[in-house]
Design a binder for this molecule. Structure first.
Ligand code: ARG
Length: 464
């Protein structure tokens, strides 16, 4: 067990099993870089408040910078016996500068550090997720444009409904994910990362010292931090107790996951022999160890399957936070694994999905066959009768009977003579039926969406 950040009032050694049970270093090491940000600002505020001398502050900052470089190079190895990442960095600084390291934690608390670190994590990953969403949006546009002249059957209740243009199909997912993009963008715009909470009651370091320290931190080139979202805390009780930013972040990820999962389900269905609309990119499929013919859509199935975990992570944090008294409680340590798990999963899904979509091929021959299904045009026939002056409900009944007649007698509506057609309605005739019952007519009759036939325009991530 390595040196702890507490212990003075204890006579008994901590129980070994309990120590293992309560430590978080094996997952919160992912926050190392943000913890260095916090310490750097804190040291500079302590110097400004004349609690540390310039030379002390410089030594501590240099030690932190060398740890930061190790983190960036991937050579930083945490001590698995440290309680958490804050303790680990503190101990590492002590190894570098000796006893002076004990001044680094003056007037601060891990409660402040952890809120700061996790907010930075969400902020940085949120920006990355925006860029990944953008790539998926480009891929959907690419696929839509590639087949911009194609039509496919549209479904309701998983039953053939009406013909739609393929670009509308890809556009539907585009708009869902574009809204997720906007949700994340708005989350990031509303993000503030606070410092100066102490354990819960604030700290004795003056505001002016924190302002100076934040300004200096933003100027440090090594960190490459271009944003000024770090602020002095307004309400320390709120800052150390609240995890609504994680709930919001995980809600947005859940929404992205819901959309990716629905998209996966559609692609799986459309790639079956029964549908046969899509040929999926082989490099994202796997085979069977027994059945030589199989090409299984494992990526899509895993995305669909991950939804349980992603929703579960959101429920986990919501439930953990539900009954906690103010302010920080150790329960809140358990927010990290769900946060990291959802973030990493959604990021890898988006990354692969962008490539997957570009590799989808339409089986145009099979789709053409299915588009021959006359039932797909029943609604257009009804609309034709409405234009001829028949009330919609009556027209609906007439075409319903006509469809049923063709089904029962195993005949094509397009092949019925005018004589037979007139028994359903005087307004029906073979020439108009042939004109109406085809994809081009069906699509061109949809006046409300003519502009929507183009692929949607991708909005650029706003500068922040
Ligand atoms: N590892 C802890 C966490 O992640 C750090 C905060 C501990 N604070 C405390 N007062 N025990 O929540």
């Amino acid at each position: 067990m390595s040196k702890k950040l507490w212990g003075g009032r204890f006579k008994e050694e901590i129980d070994k099993d309990f120590f293992q049970f309560q430590k978080s270093i094996h997952y919160d090491y992912k926050l190392a870089e943000y913890d260095i940000y916090h310490s750097t600002i804190h040291i500079s505020a302590l110097k400004e408040a004349k609690i540390l001398t310039r030379s002390e502050a410089d030594k501590l900052t240099n030690a932190l910078m060398s740890i930061f470089n190790e983190i960036k190079e991937g050579t930083y190895k945490q001590n698995s016996n440290s309680e958490d990442i804050h303790t680990d960095i503190q101990n590492r600084v002590e190894k570098k500068v000796g006893k002076l390291a004990q001044k680094m934690h003056t007037l601060r608390s891990r409660n402040d550090q952890i809120a700061f670190d996790e907010k930075w994590y969400c902020y940085k990953e949120g920006i990355y997720i925006l860029s990944l969403l953008n790539v998926v949006l480009y891929s959907l546009n690419y696929l839509g444009n590639k087949y911009s002249k194609n039509f496919i059957p549209g479904y309701t209740h998983t039953q053939r409904a009406q013909v739609v243009s393929f670009v509308h199909y890809t556009g539907a997912f585009f708009y869902m994910l574009e809204r997720d993009f906007e949700r994340m963008d708005s989350f990031l715009k509303r993000s503030s990362i606070y410092i100066g909470s102490g354990a819960l009651a604030g700290s004795a370091i003056p505001k002016s010292a924190y302002s100076y320290a934040i300004k200096k931190f933003l100027e440090k080139k090594q960190f490459d931090v271009k944003t000024s979202i770090s602020e002095i805390v307004k309400n320390p009780l709120d800052n150390v107790s609240s995890r609504d930013f994680i709930v919001e972040f995980l809600s947005i990820l859940s929404m992205i996951q819901m959309h990716l999962s629905r998209m996966s389900e559609d692609f799986i269905l459309y790639s079956t022999k029964e549908f046969g609309f899509f040929d999926l990119p082989e490099k994202f499929c796997t085979g069977s160890s027994l059945m030589p013919h199989k090409k299984n859509p494992d990526f899509l199935e895993l995305v669909r399957g991950n939804t349980g975990k992603i929703y579960g992570n959101l429920m986990s944090i919501l439930t953990t936070m539900k009954g906690l008294p103010l302010t920080y409680n150790r329960d809140m340590q358990l927010d990290k694994e769900p946060l990291f798990s959802s973030t990493e999963t959604v990021e890898s899904e988006l990354k692969i999905m962008a490539e997957f979509i570009k590799g989808i091929k339409l089986n145009e021959k099979r789709i053409k066959e299915v588009l021959e299904d006359e039932e797909l045009y029943a609604t257009e026939l009804t609309e034709y009768l409405v234009h001829e002056g028949i009330a919609f409900s009556e027209a609906h009944g007439i075409i319903g009977k006509l469809v049923r007649y063709a089904e029962d007698n195993d005949v094509k509506i397009k092949e019925l003579s005018d004589k037979v057609l007139k028994t359903f309605s005087k307004k029906l005739n073979n020439k108009d039926i042939i004109r109406i019952m085809n994809p081009e007519y069906a699509i061109s009759s949809k006046k409300s969406i003519t502009s929507g036939i183009k692929t949607p325009v991708i909005k650029k991530a706003k500068k922040r």
